[in-house]
Design a protein around this ligand. Structure first.
Ligand code: T1G
Length: 720
């Protein structure tokens, strides 16, 4: 069946020596997905393959450079109206892949990203080949969308690679590369991309002729002992459930449902596929899944946003050489993400001891990569050769970008800015990693203020995904797009916000932390405050967060926003008193919690209560009220940031809160959460809180208008 000239089909087929070669190449799309049309193409192709006796076997491969198949078309989820709709989609997938599994031999030739339904297609095939390209990755990421594999993955993967290995992939959505996939038995061979097609056709022919059989992967005795008998499996499932609950606090239904679906596959009546389809349907309609799907589309749309409203878009300037001022925790953290991105880094600090400490911190992060086999030994050595230290400005004469991460003091920043502008090339971009000082104030000391902006990383830099880029009115758009583009090269999720005290992330975090401090002032226990917010979905509670960030940093940030926003941000007593007592938190091994010599966090340090307004006397506030007081302060401030033009869109606000300050992903972010609860209800709660805490919860005008109009921050459908 030859392809007509402008074939718009996603999957085309050609037959060579009795082998049908299916090429998946969705027209005009950067990645292949199982849209309804692509599924039809696949179904039709396999009907032909089964019917045509001259066809002995088939090969499936992708026509895309770095993508095999990215799974089901997630946009189609937006059309599911009921759980039955979604269940039907899963059943259709089951039928299609069962037809492939039961039919003539099919070889799956994987090059590039293979995710979700793409992996499930591979599992239904009879031989899997993956290329050793670094772009070739295999995963079942469905739980990250709040669903489970719905096209047989919960059934076929355990059968192929064993229960424990399968659960490890399904419950985390983790990605494996070809080498690991081969070890797991997930693929049968690994080849260089240049020979993939030839080897695939050869294998298809051998399978058809019966000269090649799949050998089941050899499994270790321990694995067999647990996987292959009901008692062993019961232990595996129990352990896995404990692990999931410990990690998710029971707030994410998908991984628990995945366990049920996998377990159903081992029951005598073998209705694993039924269970998978039913649970897939139910999960697709959960708010958790809908918010995680929102975050997927919001982050992919954000990848196209260069942060400026000018046309044509200026071309980003290259950043090959980076100068970092301050080799402390943040400076060294920035270096540790810059060198893996291929940047040559020169790091300066006041004396050799500080420089050496910074370089050692960079080495530690690289060593972690070596231990996790993310880099080879030679790559590890090369990375460390890309960073050097200095106590003067030698080596700064040809940098493209400078990021200063020096002490949070305007005078110090002005001094450093003047020094650096005297040595760097005029084209260099100068960024401040300040977390609160308005960029306009810093740039006021610059001879080239249009090239000065904020690049606010979050700690620890190599773990926190968000980068907040702060612009001031005088910025050159090319400088902004260059910083955005470089931030993405560092693997960061980048939002661009406008200048103002606390920018976005710290401005919305401050009233949240302050509310927690006011609860301490009233005698509420540290545990009940942190537990309430962790149960709401934050990774840690606000008091733990203050200890993590450092009481000095938190207090400095609090002071800047309090000066700017008055009563609404007026600081609480408790945190002030603890910092005045000299406690810094984890870094000083004394704060609200106790820390052992290695800085490992223990329980609450009861002696801290002696420093607080009510001393050892405690009062109780219901957890729901604690959440209201802290979270609603944040919600309202987020809307005020949009009103003040600090945020360019609600989308940036949601992504910034989720990826920067731990707002629960399954709640979508502050604006999504307001949308779910309803603006009228949010305003009602704010008004009630404002009556109790005058000046702290005055609802934003936008919220009042929305409460009237019923308008939402996001129209129905795909967020852009
Ligand atoms: N569905 C719809 N659109 C998708 C998509 C998908 N699965 N994957 C990518 N896109 C769009 C994306 O929105 C963007 O669009 C463009 O492709 C490029 O993406 C039955 C039910 C594949 C690693 O979770 O992780 O299978 O913004 O900018 O950085 O069990 O996209 O250009 O308009 O991200 O190179 C499981 C999700 C589905 C994979 C590529 N699959 N995708 O990253 O490009 S559920 C996933 C990704 C499932 C089965 C179940 C990444 C990528 P636009 P991009 P990239």
């Amino acid at each position: 069946m030859t392809a007509p000239a402008t074939d718009q089909r996603a999957i085309t087929m050609q037959v060579e020596n009795g082998i049908a070669v299916l090429t998946f190449d969705a027209p005009g799309a950067p990645v292949n997905t199982f849209s309804a049309a692509a599924q039809d193409d696949l179904r039709r192709a396999f009907e032909t393959i089964h019917r045509d006796t001259s066809i002995r076997a088939a090969v499936i491969l992708s026509g895309k450079r770095d993508n095999f198949i990215a799974g089901a078309d997630i946009e189609a989820f937006l059309d599911f109206r009921t759980a039955d709709d979604a269940e039907a989609a899963s059943r259709a997938g089951h039928a299609d892949f069962a037809a492939i599994e039961k039919g003539k031999p099919v070889v799956c030739a994987i090059n590039g990203g293979c995710l979700g339904g793409g992996t499930e297609l591979a599992l239904a095939c009879h031989w899997r080949i993956a290329t050793d390209s670094p772009k070739t990755t295999i995963s079942l990421p469905e739980v990250q969308l709040g669903i489970i594999p719905g096209a047989g993955g919960t059934q076929r993967l355990p059968a192929l690679i064993g229960l424990q290995a399968a659960l490890d992939m399904i419950l985390t959505g983790k990605t494996v590369r070809a080498k690991k996939a081969l070890q797991l038995g997930l693929v049968d061979e690994m080849v260089h991309p240049s020979i993939l097609r030839r080897v695939a056709l050869q294998r298809a022919s051998e399978l058809a002729d019966g000269t090649r059989q799949r050998e089941a992967k050899h499994r270790g005795a321990g694995e067999m002992l647990l996987d292959e008998n009901p008692i062993g499996r019961a232990i595996v499932f129990r352990k896995a459930r404990e692990g999931v609950l410990a990690k998710t606090k029971g707030l994410y239904p998908a991984p628990l449902a995945a366990l049920d679906a996998v377990a159903a596959g081992y029951t005598s009546d073998g209705d694993g596929y039924q269970t998978e389809a039913r649970l897939f349907g139910e999960l697709a309609m959960t708010p958790e899944s809908q918010e995680l799907v929102f975050l997927f589309f919001a982050t992919t749309a954000l990848k196209r946003d260069m942060g400026v409203e000018v046309a044509p878009l200026p071309k980003p300037l290259p950043v090959e050489r980076l100068g970092i001022l301050g080799a402390g925790f943040m400076g060294a953290g920035i270096a540790s993400v810059a060198i893996p991105a291929g940047t040559i880094v020169r790091m300066k600090d006041a004396d050799t001891a500080r420089v050496a400490k910074g370089l050692a911190a960079v080495r530690e992060v690289m060593r972690e990569k070596l231990v996790k086999k993310q880099v080879t030994r030679p790559q590890f050595d090369d990375l460390l050769l890309s960073v050097s230290g200095t106590t003067d400005y030698s080596g700064f004469g040809n940098v493209d970008l400078v990021i200063e991460a020096v002490f949070e003091d305007l005078q110090v920043k002005h001094q450093v800015l003047r020094e650096i502008e005297a040595v760097v090339p005029p084209r260099a971009i100068i960024a401040s990693n300040t977390s609160t000082i308005p960029i306009g104030r810093i740039a006021s000391a610059s001879v080239r203020p249009e090239r000065v902006l904020g690049m606010h990383f979050f700690s620890p830099v190599h773990k926190m995904p968000l980068l907040e880029i702060i612009t001031h009115d005088g910025n050159d758009p090319q400088v902004v797009v260059s910083a955005v583009s470089y931030g993405r090269r560092l693997g960061k999720t980048v939002i661009v916000v406008r200048d103002g005290p606390g920018f976005y992330a710290n401005r919305v975090l401050s009233p949240y932390v302050n509310a927690a401090g006011l609860l301490l002032d009233e005698g509420v226990s540290i545990e009940s405050i942190d537990d309430a917010l962790v149960k709401f979905g934050f990774p840690v509670g606000p008091i733990t967060l203050v200890d993590e960030v450092g009481l000095d940093v938190a207090t400095k940030a609090g002071a800047i926003v309090a000066e700017a926003f008055g009563a609404r941000m007026a600081p609480n007593e408790s945190i002030q008193r603890v910092i005045k007592s000299g406690r810094l938190g984890r870094k000083g091994k004394r704060g609200f919690y106790v820390y052992d010599d290695d800085g490992k966090k223990g329980g609450v340090d009861a002696s801290v209560y002696d420093l607080l307004p009510t001393g050892q006397k405690r009062t109780t506030v219901p957890a729901a009220r604690i959440v209201q007081r802290c979270v609603y302060a944040m919600l309202n401030e987020a809307v005020l940031c949009l009103e003040d033009g600090i945020l360019r869109s609600a989308r940036d606000g949601d992504i910034g809160a989720v990826f920067g300050i731990g707002f629960p992903p399954f709640r979508g972010g502050p604006f999504r959460y307001i949308g779910r609860v309803g603006a009228a209800s949010v305003v009602g709660t704010l008004d009630e809180l404002e009556r109790e805490f005058p000046g702290r919860y005055q609802a934003a005008r936008t919220l009042r208008d929305m409460a009237e109009s019923g308008e939402k921050f996001y129209p129905a459908g795909k967020p852009v």
